[in-house]
Design a protein around this ligand. Sequence first.
Ligand SMILES: [Fe+2]
Length: 378
Amino acid sequence: MRRCTSFAFRRHFNVQHQFFPFERLFETAIITISDSHVFFVKYGHLSVKNTDSPPLEVESGASAEDKVFEHEKQLRERMNRLHLKQRRGIESEGEQPIFGHGLTFFHLENWFSLHKLLKMFLRITHLQGYAKRNCYDFQLRHNRVVLPQLPQAFHGFTILHLSDLHIDLSADFSHALTEYVQDLQYDICVMTGDYRYTTRGPIDGAIAGMERLRLFLKDPVYAVLGNHDSVEMVPILEQLGIHLLLNEAVSLHRGTSELYLAGVDDPHYFRADNLEKTSTTIPEEAFAILLSHSPEIYKQSCYAGFDLMLSGHTHGGQVCLPGGWPLTVNASCPRYFCKGAWRYDKMQGYTSAGTGSSIVKARFNCPPEVTLHQLCRN
Ligand SMILES: [Fe+2]
């Protein structure tokens, strides 16, 4: 990799890449410096400019560059080359659009002026405090899943499922969550994406929150990326002991029995999921669980042979009518698959209503949840 001049921006950046040969994506770097971490992606021969804030605190010197190259090296070793290129390519387009791209045409999470209007509405109606308190009112959901094909040794196996943490929601949110989960009993923890509050901008707030949460989670912890997450988070989250499943699978053992835990990258916005690659190492008759940020790929997952699918993304609507009826679920699939337990053909599934909240700090008739799935043979 050739070295080039380093520019560091604290905030969002935009890349003008009309003259940029795609295959040179990895030849050059640059990127973002946060208070505690350095992330770079280098774009040589590119005009790189900051769109909404002046360049800040350009960091120079060997140690900063070493961190850059170490980060780049880890990402390249960790991820499939094409997967990384595609993910970074879409992320480098800058602000995510309100319309188009992804599995749904309309992306509520990217309509920032609407977010401001909603906040104003909550303030005017004096509902802001109540709506925000609801975001901290975690509910512990127990989901007993009967799976006759489950290996006997895994009868009673318990999975802690956290989803859509958006953990940089506020400083005290991660503290409240860590207190809530620290005494729970489970065999593994899984997280189904969306660690950052926004879909763009710095990742250091999300990383700081995840760092704190990880201290209170028992090993092992597996996770997938969501549509709010940057691929630059991967090496840092893994250094925290969060094993990301990037279109891949691992086997879990109990005695001589095993089951497979697989995970795909975000299928909703980045459409970076690849079930074929994910299933490569899973024997045809093996019991397999799939983590996917969104349940939108339920049909493909079912016919790929997965026994259980765990998802999130929809927040269960987050703002619902009395009785829990969501106004919108931001997913291209029937509402039956957008909250709680469901079944499609031979595959069972569960879509979390989300542990955190996004767009606005508000929940109505749809409390945030922490889920314990207990797998049973009968
Ligand atoms: Fe999401």
